[in-house]
Design a protein around this ligand. Structure first.
Ligand code: GLC
Length: 517
């Protein structure tokens, strides 16, 4: 049996509001994505994941959905979506859409009905509790604020649960009608031809029916980062059966926002739940060898025994970009690209990391996200022109730093740019069975380094990363293996095509192999 596509794929996250605008309103749209498929094909990604594009009041910029089966006019129409899907497939790029099953918008007709009276047929599609308006039903906290995870509905005099904003009431997945309705949503998109789903806060769907308090020491953590109830696994097995009933290896990758790889591992089930799960502890690791080694070891220790395939993410729309987190250095961002694209597992890129973008500086009067995540969501500069390829109005958020230099056109014209580094790494990965699906073995290379060997059959690659700022001569088990290999890609371009000389520059990484590439 050939391995499913998503194991060897590199998946590129698009945050549609900020990718490319054709409508002239300063907000990106589906046509903008279609217009830039050539960039993605040239870069060499296998699939795109679109953050939510559905009708939404945008309290959480699309993660508050008011209709799961349509497109928000800001982004275009269903016809635009079909066109994008067709053009992406023609370019051999798969398309994954975001699915937000834990909560709807408070403007979704389901919630409008549910809220209308205690007797409303859809009342039980959400989670309601009695109480007095001064005392929330339990000590759960919402995300993005210090507020309780409950909102008092004055008209019907009950609390409703919302792990995020008050505008995002939680659905009641214990109600079979909710399950059926949400399965219908998946079928709607599967029938249209999507290749899979990124499933938002998937670990939160099943809740302890007693909704008990968290112990005091956990009570300050948002409930959405704690909820880990058994009942979610049955929900996931049903979703898996639904997807597997379609031809073509449709895939679901779940956002399991539990900051423990052991907990994340459970959401793969016995190969009958999520195909892939995000594992965020590495994203939160500092730019240091020790913490990275620990998190990599932990990932393989937890996932390998159960046959689960890892994922690797450095940046997304919820966290400061990794270049920013790692101190702003381009050298580190380049070394990080080598790490991300040579790991064993499925890498996820976030739009703009191939341009070495940092977070935008957002002046207080332009902050729009309730969770303070605007910086990483800044628009993508496509050209060096004044409008950076964004037709018409200024974009909805300020530009990231140095858009005159860090834009697609300028970087494409420079063969030494970080953009070309990403492209070469993607090409190397695609051509190498060892990097795509091969084994992973740790090597010793000395202090401040991370080194590993990837192998499949005769194909062998060695990766050495120097986290320190000073150049190093490598030692240990990596040294002997490495000296007979050729530098295929160096994050700083040094020594490419030559026999490895045993040294790695500060904040740099190399990929070594038997021949030139
Ligand atoms: C996920 C999304 C985030 C969103 C939240 C609520 O964590 O990644 O952007 O705000 O869920 O839907």
């Amino acid at each position: 049996m050939p391995e499913p596509w998503w194991k060897s794929a590199v998946i590129y996250q698009i945050y549609p509001r900020s990718f490319a605008d054709t409508g002239g309103d300063g907000v990106g749209d589906l046509r903008g994505i279609a217009d830039h498929l050539d960039h993605l094909a040239w870069l060499g990604v296998d699939a795109i994941w679109l953050s939510p594009i559905y009708p939404s009041p945008m309290a959480d910029f699309g993660y508050d959905v008011s209709d799961y089966c349509d497109i928000d006019p800001t982004f275009g129409t269903l016809a635009d979506f079909d066109d994008l899907l067709e053009r992406a497939h023609a370019a051999a790029i798969k398309v994954i859409v975001d699915w937000v099953p834990n909560h709807t918008s408070d403007q979704h007709p389901w919630f409008v009905e549910a809220r209308s009276s205690r007797q409303a047929p859809k009342r039980d599609w959400y989670v309601w509790r009695d109480g007095d308006p001064a005392t929330p039903p339990n000590n759960w906290r919402a995300a993005f604020s210090d507020e309780p995870a409950w909102t008092w509905d004055a008209a019907t005099e009950q609390w409703y649960l919302r792990l995020f904003l008050a505008e995002q009431p939680d659905l009641n997945w214990a109600n079979p009608e909710v399950v059926e309705a949400m399965h219908g949503v998946l079928r709607f998109w599967l029938d249209r031809g999507v290749d899979g789903f990124r499933m938002d806060v998937i670990h939160a769907l099943g809740k302890d029916p007693a909704l008990p308090d968290w112990p005091d020491e956990l009570a300050g953590i948002p409930a959405s980062a704690l909820n880990d109830h058994e009942s979610t696994h049955g929900i996931l097995r049903d979703l898996r059966r639904l997807l597997d009933g379609y031809p073509g290896d449709r895939m679901m990758v779940g956002e399991v926002y539990l900051l423990s790889t052991a907990k994340v591992a459970k959401y793969y089930g016995a190969g009958d739940e999520l195909h892939l799960a995000f594992n965020f502890p590495p994203l939160y690791a500092p730019w240091e060898a020790g913490p990275w080694k620990k998190r990599i070891d932990r990932t393989f220790e937890e996932l390998d025994p159960i046959g689960a395939w890892p994922t690797w993410v450095l940046s997304n729309h919820d966290n400061p970009r990794h270049r920013t987190r790692y101190g702003g250095s381009e050298a580190r961002a380049r070394a990080a690209a080598v790490l991300l694209l040579t790991m064993r597992g499925t890498p996820f890129l976030f739009q703009g990391e191939e341009f070495g973008l940092e977070d935008a500086v957002i002046p207080p009067e332009r902050v729009v996200d309730p969770g303070g995540r605007d910086g990483c969501r800044a628009p993508i500069p496509w050209t060096a022109d004044a409008d950076h390829g964004w037709s018409g109005r200024d974009p909805w958020l300020p530009w990231p730093p140095e858009p005159d230099a860090r834009n697609a056109a300028t970087l494409a014209a420079d063969s030494q740019s970080i953009l070309h580094l990403y492209r070469r790494l993607l090409a190397l990965r695609r051509a190498s069975p060892a990097l795509r699906l091969g084994s992973w073995q740790a090597l010793e290379a000395g202090p401040d380094t991370l080194a590993y060997r990837r192998a499949a059959g005769d194909d062998e690659r060695v990766v050495i990363l120097n986290y320190g700022d000073a150049p190093i001569a490598i030692e240990g088990s990596a040294a002997d293996t490495a000296r007979r290999l050729v530098v295929q890609v160096a994050s700083d371009g040094r020594g490419e095509g030559r026999l490895f000389d045993g040294t790695v520059a500060g904040s740099a990484a190399v990929v070594l192999g038997k021949g030139e590439t």
